[in-house]
Design a protein around this ligand. Structure first.
Ligand code: 4NP
Length: 156
C-alpha cells in the first residue's frame, strides 16, 4: 500500500484561503472514500490562534463543508511531517522555499500546478464574492490534486 497522504495547504494569514482549502480537500477526499490527513498554515503569524475569517466560514457553511481550524504559522517540522505542501499563490511558495529546512522531504508546489498553474487570489480585502471564487477553485484544485497523486475518481 502507498504511504499515507499528509497534505498541508498554505496561504499568507491562514484565515481565508488555506483553512477553506483544508476543509474542502478533506471533504472531497472523504467523498472519494480516501482517508488522508489535511491541515493548513500561513507563512505569516499575524492571525495565529484565530478562527477562520467569517466569510470563509459562511462560504463553507453555505456549501455544507465542515470547517474548524485555529490559525498557525508554518513550522520547520511541517516540511518533514507532510508529504505535500500546497501553496495558494507564488508569494506563499517563495515564502515556503525561503524557510524550507535542508532535511525537507515534502513535495512543495503551487496548488494550481496540479491544474492550470493559476494562483488562488487573496480575497481578504474584497467582498464575499471573492470567497465564493476561492471555494470554486478549492473544489477544482482538490479534485486535480487527488486525481494526480491518488488517481482519477471513479465516483461522479
Ligand atoms: P489568507 O488571507 O492569506 O488567505 O488567510 C489574508 C488574511 C490576512 C491578511 C492577508 C491575507 N492580512 O494581511 O492580515
Amino acid at each position: 500500500m502507498a504511504a499515507p497522504l499528509k497534505v498541508l495547504v498554505v496561504c499568507l494569514g491562514n484565515i481565508c484561503r488555506s483553512p477553506m482549502g483544508e476543509a474542502v480537500l478533506k471533504d472531497v477526499a472523504a467523498k472519494r472514500g480516501l482517508d488522508i490527513e489535511v491541515d493548513s498554515a500561513g507563512t505569516a503569524a499575524y492571525h495565529a490562534g484565530e478562527d477562520p475569517d467569517e466569510r470563509t466560514v459562511a462560504t463553507c457553511k453555505k456549501h455544507k463543508v465542515p470547517i474548524s481550524h485555529s490559525a498557525r504559522k508554518v513550522t520547520q517540522a511541517d516540511f518533514t511531517h507532510f508529504t505535500h505542501i500546497l501553496a495558494a499563490d507564488e508569494s506563499n511558495l517563495r515564502g515556503l522555499q525561503s524557510v524550507k529546512p535542508k532535511n525537507a522531504t515534502a513535495e512543495i508546489r503551487l496548488w494550481g500546478s496540479y491544474l492550470d498553474n493559476k494562483p488562488v487570489p487573496d480575497p481578504y480585502y474584497g467582498g464575499i464574492r471573492g470567497f465564493e471564487d476561492v471555494y470554486d477553485q478549492c473544489i477544482a484544485l482538490s479534485n486535480a490534486f487527488l486525481d494526480d497523486v491518488v488517481g482519477t475518481s471513479t465516483t461522479a
